[in-house]
Write a protein that binds this ligand. Structure first.
Ligand code: ADP
Length: 592
C-alpha cells in the first residue's frame, strides 16, 4: 500500500470512527427522545384509567347509606341480643353482599364491635371484631354519609370500605360498612404490556397490576407516618417495605425508573393525581421497546453510514488509482521522450559522421579530378609550349642572320600556338564556372535544327551522315537554348569521332517527345569505361583530340534542366546516348 492509499484509508477510517463515536454519544439522547415519546403515549391511557377508577369507586358510594336505612338493623342494635333477629340480619347482609358482589357487608354497634356480617358463616369473619380505630368507622359515627378507606390489616386482603351511620330517629346507633376487594377495580387498566399502580397519600401502593408491589411504599416512611399507621392499624405495618426505585426525570410528567431489586428492569413512569382521594395513579411502561427503536434507528443510520463510507472509500481509491495510472503514463511518456531524444542524438551523430565522410569523399574525388586534370592539362599545354620554345629559338636564329621573313613565319606560328592555349584556357574557365542562366520552356524542334546546322561543313568533308527523325509536332521542354544545343552538338561530335575512318558513318538522331536519342554505328563504348564516361577529364582520345570534358559538361547541363542523361551500348552495335528533358507548356517566347 502506498502513502496515498494509506492516507485515504486513514481519512475514511477516521471519519467512520468519528461517526461511530458521535452515534455512540447520541445513544442516550436518542433513547430519551423515544422514552419521552413513550411517556406521551402513556399519558392519555393513564387519564382514561383514572376516570374509570373514579367512576367505579363512586358507583358504590351511595350503597352503605341505602342498606343502613333497613329497619331490621336499627332494631338489632336497639334490642338486647335476639338470636332470631341476628340470624335474619346476618342472612339479609349475606344476600345483599352476593347481590352487589361485595366481599363483605357488616354492621357495627356504636362502640365499633361487629355484631352482624355477610361472612358470618365463614372462618375469620369480622363478627365480634372491633373497628372503632378505623377512620371509615369514625367518619360514619360522626354522621358522614359515606366514607371510604383502604385497609388490609385483618386479612392481608386490600379492601376498599364504604361506611354509613345507622340511625334510630336522629340518633346514630351504629355503622354499616361494605367492603370490596380492591382487586376488582384492576380492570380499569387497559395498558397492554405496561404496569400500573395506585398509591395513596402516604405513598403506599394499594392497587397494582404487579402483585409483588402491593403494600410497598413509594417513598421512605417518616416516623410520624409510621406512628399514625400503627395507631390506625390501617396497613399491615410489618409488611410495608420501600420499593427500591431509582428515578431520572424525563420531563415534567414522566420519569425513567429502574428497580434495584430486579436488575435490568426499567420503566417509563408517568403519573397523574386523583386529588379527591389524595391518590396518585402511575403507569410503568417497559423501556425495552423504546430503546429497541433507538437502537434500530442507530442501526439503520450505521448501515447507511457504512454504505456511504464504502462508497466514499471506493470513490477515493478509484481516484487514487487514476492518479497513479496518470503518473505511470507520464513516466512512460518521459521515458519514451528520453529514448527518442537519445536516438535523435545518435542519428545526429551518424548524420554528422556521414557528412564528414561525404566531405572526405568529395575531397578525395576532387583530388582524383585534379590528378586527371593536371595530366590532361600538362599534355595539352606541354606540346604547344615545346613548339613555342622551338619557334622562338628559330625566330631568334633567323633574326641573327637577318632572315626576317623566316623569323616572321616562326613568330606567326608562336602566335597561333598561344591562341590555341588561350582557347583551351577559355574552355576550362567555362567548365569551372557553370553558367546558371535561368531555364524555361523552349521549343525543342528549333534547338535540334540549330544544332544540326553546325555539322554541314564536317559532314561534307568526312562523308558521314546524320539521320534525323523529328517529332510529330511541336515539343516544348524546360531548358536553355544555347546549353541544350551544346549538349546535342557534343553527342553528335562524339558519335562522328567514334566512327572516324569507317566506311559507313551513320548517326541516328531521334526526338521523341521530350526524349532525344543519339545512336551511332561505331565501335561502341569499352565496358570498362562505362562507369567513368561522365567524369571530367575522362577521355580515350589521343592527346590534342579531346579534354574529356564534353560528357561531364553535358551531364551537368541536363541535370540543371531537371532532366536525365544515360549512355549505353546498343544491342545492335554502336553507342546510344539518351537525354530525357522535363516537358513544358507551349510558350511564345523562350527564356533564352
Ligand atoms: P572527349 O570527346 O574529349 O574525349 P567526352 O567527355 O566527350 O570527351 O567523351 C569522353 C569519352 O567517351 C570519349 O573519349 C570516348 O571514349 C567515349 N565516347 C563518347 N562518345 C562515344 C561514342 N559515340 N562511341 C564510343 N565512345 C564514345
Amino acid at each position: 500500500m502506498n502513502a496515498q492509499r494509506r492516507r485515504i484509508f486513514l481519512f475514511t477510517g477516521g471519519l467512520a470512527l468519528a461517526t461511530v463515536l458521535a452515534g455512540a454519544l447520541s445513544v442516550p439522547s436518542l433513547e430519551r427522545h423515544y422514552l419521552r415519546q413513550q411517556a406521551e403515549q402513556d399519558g392519555p391511557l393513564l387519564e382514561l384509567a383514572k376516570e374509570s377508577l373514579s367512576a367505579a369507586l363512586d358507583r358504590y358510594a351511595p350503597l352503605p347509606a341505602l342498606i343502613a336505612e333497613r329497619a331490621s338493623l336499627a332494631d338489632l342494635l336497639a334490642a338486647p341480643p335476639d338470636a332470631a333477629l341476628l340470624a335474619e340480619v346476618n342472612e339479609d347482609l349475606r344476600q345483599t353482599a352476593l347481590m352487589v358482589q361485595a366481599s363483605d357487608v357488616f354492621l357495627m354497634d356504636i362502640s365499633g364491635r361487629t355484631i352482624a356480617a355477610a361472612t358470618y358463616r365463614e372462618p375469620g369473619s369480622f363478627i365480634d371484631r372491633n373497628f372503632s380505630h378505623q377512620s371509615y368507622f369514625m367518619n360514619a359515627r360522626e354522621g358522614a354519609l359515606t366514607s371510604f378507606q383502604v385497609s388490609g390489616t385483618t386479612t392481608g386482603e386490600r379492601g376498599y370500605y364504604y361506611a354509613a351511620p345507622v340511625e334510630e330517629g336522629d340518633r346514630i346507633v351504629g355503622v354499616l360498612a361494605v367492603k370490596f376487594n380492591i382487586q376488582a377495580f384492576n380492570s380499569v387498566w387497559n395498558g397492554a404490556g405496561s404496569e400500573f399502580m395506585v398509591s395513596d397519600a402516604n405513598g403506599f401502593v394499594l392497587m397494582s397490576s404487579r402483585p409483588d408491589w402491593h403494600f410497598r411504599a413509594m417513598r421512605p416512611l417518616t416516623d410520624t407516618t409510621r406512628r399514625v399507621i400503627a395507631q390506625n392499624l390501617q396497613y399491615p405495618i410489618d409488611r410495608i417495605e420501600l420499593l427500591p426505585i431509582n428515578k431520572i426525570a424525563l420531563d415534567d410528567t414522566a420519569q425513567l425508573v429502574s428497580f434495584a431489586e430486579t436488575s435490568g428492569e426499567s420503566y417509563v413512569m408517568t403519573s397523574t393525581a386523583l386529588p379527591q382521594r389524595g391518590w396518585v395513579m402511575t403507569s410503568l411502561t417497559p423501556t425495552g421497546p423504546a430503546r429497541l427503536m433507538a437502537l434500530k434507528l442507530l442501526l439503520i443510520l450505521g448501515l447507511t453510514g457504512l454504505l456511504l463510507f464504502g462508497a466514499l472509500l471506493s470513490y477515493l481509491l478509484k481516484q487514487a488509482r487514476q492518479r497513479e495510472a496518470l503518473v505511470r503514463e507520464q513516466g512512460a511518456k518521459r521515458l519514451l521522450e528520453a529514448t527518442v531524444d537519445e536516438r535523435t542524438a545518435d542519428l545526429q551523430k551518424a548524420l554528422e559522421h556521414l557528412k564528414s565522410t561525404q566531405t572526405d569523399l568529395i575531397q578525395a574525388g576532387k583530388l582524383t579530378g585534379l590528378g586527371q586534370m593536371s595530366a590532361a592539362l600538362s599534355h595539352e599545354f606541354n606540346q604547344p609550349l615545346a613548339a613555342v620554345k622551338t619557334y622562338a629559338d628559330n625566330a631568334r636564329a633567323f633574326l641573327k642572320r637577318d632572315r626576317i621573313a623566316e623569323a616572321q613565319d616562326n613568330i606567326t606560328r608562336i602566335s597561333r600556338m598561344v591562341d590555341r592555349m588561350a582557347s583551351i584556357s577559355a574552355h576550362l574557365r567555362n567548365f569551372a564556372r557553370r553558367p546558371q542562366q535561368a531555364a524555361g520552356p523552349l521549343l525543342l524542334n528549333q534547338v535540334v535544327q540549330d544544332a544540326l546546322a553546325v555539322f554541314d561543313v564536317r559532314l561534307a568533308t568526312t562523308g558521314g551522315r546524320i539521320d534525323y527523325t523529328p517529332p510529330a509536332g511541336e515539343v516544348w521542354v524546360i531548358g536553355g537554348h544555347v546549353r541544350l544545343q551544346q549538349v546535342i552538338v557534343n553527342m553528335l561530335n562524339n558519335a562522328l569521332d567514334a566512327m572516324e575512318g569507317q566506311d559507313d558513318q551513320v548517326v541516328s538522331l531521334r526526338v521523341d517527345g521530350p526524349r532525344i536519342t543519339v545512336w551511332d554505328n561505331g565501335p561502341g563504348i569499352d565496358p570498362a569505361a562505362l562507369d567513368q564516361l561522365f567524369d571530367p577529364f575522362f577521355t580515350t582520345k589521343p592527346p590534342g583530340k579531346g579534354l574529356g570534358l564534353g560528357l561531364s559538361i553535358s551531364y551537368n547541363i541536363v541535370t540543371d534542366f531537371g532532366g536525365m542523361m544515360t549512355a549505353a551500348n546498343h544491342p545492335d552495335g554502336g553507342a546510344i546516348f539518351v537525354v530525357t528533358l522535363q516537358p513544358a507548356q507551349a510558350m511564345r517566347t523562350a527564356a533564352e
